[in-house]
Design a protein around this ligand. Structure first.
Ligand SMILES: [Zn+2]
Length: 272
């Protein structure tokens, strides 16, 4: 233990805290897939405050990706690599954001654009130009979602691709299979009609249903190439949907340090 601590040199002081997973071997063969939700400062009284990542932290994290030679991909680019249409970069990674809040456009998008990176946002069709109506406003404030004009501007910039996060952000295993099918298929169709682009990626609201065979079959049969859960980790690449299950992600929290971020990117995990 002492020897191992010494070996990590500059990290020794913080490594002494058992909170971190510095001792895990680095994961080299995979697609680190970051998961964000909201950007900026959380409103007072938010019960989900850790889902908010401050602009300065997000900028540091995106600079890390750039400086360490990661290539941030869109879902379509990832598929093109799998199909052999695009060369695989040395260090592929995905930046994903769930839900489609307006702060994705006002806070995150300018940073991504400025640094020449790319990210992917999962939209909840019926909440666009509206608010996060699935939350209980007593615990999590209702805030604006993006508008179609903002979404189109981001898509046209080439820095952002969109995916589906259902029609109404339902917990899919808790509704009937017919309703779940509609949530999954109708959102794909509707968003594709609006944006004129294929929806290649799908994220399960709350990660629920990702490991429920009946629900997952609906997502696979709907024609999404990639389905994303919220299980922590780094999925292998090339990725086999049957063998590897839904794509795992790295949950970035508002109080993560850069060491946490580094461990997530390289070990797939920052905490015990
Ligand atoms: Zn969500």
């Amino acid at each position: 233990m002492i020897g191992a601590l010494a070996a990590v040199g500059g990290l020794a002081a913080v490594g002494a805290s058992l909170r971190w997973n510095w001792w895990r071997p680095p994961v080299s063969e995979g697609i680190p897939t970051l998961m964000y939700h909201k950007f900026g400062d959380p409103p007072r009284g938010s019960t989900l405050a850790k889902l908010w990542v401050a602009a300065a932290d997000f900028r540091r994290q995106m600079r890390y990706l750039k400086e360490r030679g990661y290539t941030t991909l869109t879902f379509t680019e990832l598929r093109d690599i799998e199909l052999g249409k695009l060369q695989r970069p040395a260090k592929p990674c995905l930046v994903t954001v769930d839900d489609g809040y307006e702060n994705n456009y006002t806070v995150a998008y300018p940073i991504v654009k400025e640094l020449g990176l790319k990210f992917n946002i999962f939209l909840v069709y019926e909440t666009i130009e509206s608010y996060n109506s699935w939350h209980n406003p007593q615990g999590e404030h209702w805030i604006p979602m993006m508008t179609w004009a903002q979404i189109r501007e981001m898509q046209d910039s080439g820095h952002c691709e969109f995916g589906s996060h259902t029609m109404r952000h339902k917990n899919l295993p808790q509704v009937s299979l017919e309703d779940a099918k509609w949530e999954i298929e109708e959102s794909k169709k509707k968003i594709e009609e609006k944006l004129g682009r294929e929806m290649v990626g799908f994220a399960y609201p709350y990660g629920a249903g990702a490991y429920d065979p009946a629900v997952r079959a609906l997502a696979r049969n709907a024609g999404y190439r990639y389905d994303f859960g919220i299980r922590q980790g780094i999925s292998p690449f090339p990725w086999d949907p049957e063998k590897h299950g839904p794509i795992k992600r790295l949950f970035i929290r508002g109080d993560d340090t850069m060491l946490d971020f580094h461990l997530q990117m390289t070990r797939g995990k920052a905490y015990f």
